[in-house]
Design a protein around this ligand. Structure first.
Ligand SMILES: CC(C)(COP(=O)(O)OP(=O)(O)OC[C@H]1O[C@@H](n2cnc3c(N)ncnc32)[C@H](O)[C@@H]1OP(=O)(O)O)[C@@H](O)C(=O)NCCC(=O)NCCS
Length: 169
């Protein structure tokens, strides 16, 4: 199927917000999504963006029954490894269900990898839910490995009241 991948712009935030919710619904965690289209516009497209994104688009003849032509996205930001140096964190990778298995997810992830290499990164991190076997298999098929298994890493978080308390002098 014909598709194209390009850097997201501020006008894509409505569709990115929609797909963020679709991904969260797929992952059965939609109640955790607090980010709005406006947050994405501000945080991704102001002077010092907190994230970057790319979108996958199909031509008009392949649009969904709801009229969507933006059918996949990846959201990432740069990070740093004190062991390996410049790094990239891929926060989201998503392709709408009816467009899966056509090479679009791989093309999105490949583009993120290209952008990371071009910026001097030597690794790309991302998380995946343990039950999401088809995505784990997809990542393994792309040559990625599970550092929770090999190195015992756990993703830790401090948020809400705990974060407020921690920040008190
Ligand atoms: C994961 C996801 C992005 C993959 O995108 P996709 O467009 O369906 O995958 P592609 O068609 O690009 O697959 C590319 C390659 O991966 C392989 N692949 C895809 N799914 C696979 C699976 N479940 N097991 C093994 N290999 C798989 C394909 O065979 C293909 O290999 P090839 O290049 O050798 O032919 C997509 O399925 C998706 O959005 N899933 C739901 C959301 C999700 O789980 N996102 C990840 C959250 S961490």
């Amino acid at each position: 199927m014909e598709f194209s991948i390009r850097t997201a712009n501020v006008d894509d935030c409505k569709d990115i917000a929609r797909m963020v919710m679709e991904l969260a619904e797929y992952e059965k965690v939609s109640e955790h999504v607090k980010v709005t289209q406006r947050d994405l516009e501000q945080d991704g497209f102001s002077k010092n963006p907190f994230f970057h994104a790319i979108v996958a688009e199909v031509p008009d003849q392949h649009k969904t029954k709801d009229g969507h032509m933006k059918i996949g996205y990846a959201l990432y930001f740069f990070s740093y490894s004190s062991w390996k140096g410049r790094a990239l964190f891929m926060e989201d990778l998503y392709v709408m269900p009816e467009f899966r298995g056509k090479g679009i997810g791989k093309a999105l992830m490949s583009k993120v990898a290209q952008l990371g290499l071009a910026a001097g990164c030597s690794l790309m991190d991302f998380t995946v839910l343990d039950w999401n076997k088809s995505s784990v298999d997809f990542y393994l098929s792309q040559g990625c490995h599970d550092v929770t298994n090999t190195m015992g890493y756990h993703l830790m978080r401090c948020e809400g009241e705990a974060l407020q308390k921690l920040a008190q002098p």
